[in-house]
Design a protein around this ligand. Structure first.
Ligand code: NI
Length: 181
């Protein structure tokens, strides 16, 4: 089901998520499976390429990604993910976040990372070598699990500007959606 996405500056986005229980009964059970389905549906609906559970208010260490976005051709689930190694130099990339709609910023990211995460089928740990966009998404989403955000203005003024920018975008999009009907 498509869920509402928590938007900056919602303080829940600052929470550190708890590990997902890794016994196969839980991973293959209805509760966790519907969480994963919700994450994919919400991500595709929002036009994103990655979404962490905390962004729909569930404080568990899981995120979904699909570098093809709404085409839904490469769905991947990462459970209790950890970055094992950051390879290559970091480069500035354009980055957005479904919790910051309408905002795009340059962020320094490594172009290749090794990530280990739990396989949902059997609860075993699997290692992934991710490059380019997938490496960027993994770095961004793993930060969400620790309550870190890709933009973190420290001054009150900058925070206010960012908040207003998001609110304005959300209003404009709602108006656009209403006109389409
Ligand atoms: Ni994000």
């Amino acid at each position: 089901m498509n869920k509402p996405i928590l938007l900056y500056p919602n303080t829940i986005l600052r929470d550190v998520s708890a590990p997902v229980p890794t016994d196969p009964d839980y991973l293959l059970g209805p509760e966790f499976r519907s969480l994963v389905t919700d994450l994919f549906e919400t991500m595709y609906q929002g036009g994103g390429v990655g979404l962490a559970a905390i962004q729909i208010g569930v404080p568990l260490r899981v995120f979904v990604m699909d570098k093809t976005g709404a085409q839904a051709k490469a769905p991947q689930v990462f459970i209790n993910p950890e970055i094992v190694e950051l390879i290559d130099e970091s480069v500035e990339m354009d980055e957005g976040c479904l919790s910051f709609p309408g905002v795009l910023e340059k962020v320094k990211r490594h172009t290749e990372v090794i990530v280990k995460s739990v396989n949902p089928q059997d609860g075993e740990t699997k290692t992934w070598q991710l490059t380019a966009l997938e490496a960027q998404i993994a770095q961004h989403e793993i930060e969400h699990l620790d309550g870190d955000l890709f933009l973190n203005p420290t001054s009150v003024v900058a925070r206010d500007i960012l908040k207003r920018k998001i609110q304005k975008y959300v209003r404009l999009r709602a108006r656009y959606e209403a006109n389409k009907r």
